[in-house]
Write a protein that binds this ligand. Structure first.
Ligand code: SF4
Ligand code: SF4
Length: 207
């Protein structure tokens, strides 16, 4: 599963780079729009398997942890979560104005990728995924109640919290009261990290 995800991510990253080189960013926006419909059924698979920002954030996160330069404390102005909504509308308005008024196509996607990489150098991935990413705002809404998602088989869970430790978006949490993990589907990137570490095979992508 781990290798399949890595191959998928690299394939989509290659497609993204190809489209950017060919000057066809709108085709990538088409992929994104389609992924929102997919999120209604399959959850946020775009975030976990397709998004080029996430694909690049994975090695950057590893590198940053090795260098021990990531800060744990989230800046207070980000904590409300409103910045991501501002980023979404700000990006749409900026793109629209640049196109209409200046007749310029801004490199919005590469700019967000650069920002994602820089932020992940200094903060854990959860900061970008949950509090900054404008693309995640819509994915959260469309992927709230998908038909298929990462789910827990409660009887198997022993509450070891290994899944919590590898989740890039704080979507999986072991409840204090019953020591069982639960997944917040809106936050879940469907990345399968938790499935790979669960010692009891308690986590599955299912109905
Ligand atoms: S890793 Fe598996 S067993 Fe451990 S808390 Fe998570 S779901 Fe439960
Ligand atoms: S809950 Fe599991 S699949 Fe969902 S984002 Fe966290 S680690 Fe990935």
């Amino acid at each position: 599963m781990k290798h399949l995800m890595t191959v998928l991510r690299l394939l989509f990253l290659s497609l993204f780079i190809f489209l950017m080189i060919k000057g066809k960013p709108m085709l990538w926006f088409g992929v994104y729009a389609f992924s929102l419909l997919m999120a209604l059924v399959f959850g946020r698979v775009y975030c976990g398997a397709i998004c080029p920002m996430n694909t690049l954030m994975i090695p950057i996160d590893w590198f940053s942890k090795k260098l021990n330069i990531q800060k744990r404390k989230i800046p207070s102005w980000l904590q409300s979560g409103k910045f991501a909504i501002f980023a979404l509308f700000g990006s749409i308005i900026t793109l629209f104005l640049a196109q209409r008024v200046l007749q310029q196509r801004l490199p919005l996607l590469p700019a967000w990728i650069a920002l994602a990489v820089i932020i992940t150098l200094f903060f854990p991935p959860v900061v970008f995924h949950n509090l900054i990413c404008p693309f995640g705002v819509l994915q959260k809404q469309f992927g709230k109640r998908p038909r298929y998602s990462t789910r827990i088989i409660k009887e198997k869970c022993i509450g070891c919290k290994l899944c919590e430790e590898v989740c890039p978006s704080n979507a999986i949490v072991v409840q204090e009261e019953n020591k069982k993990a639960i997944v917040d589907t809106a936050l879940c990137l469907q990345c399968a990290n938790c499935q790979q570490v669960c010692p009891k095979d308690a986590i599955h992508y299912m109905k």
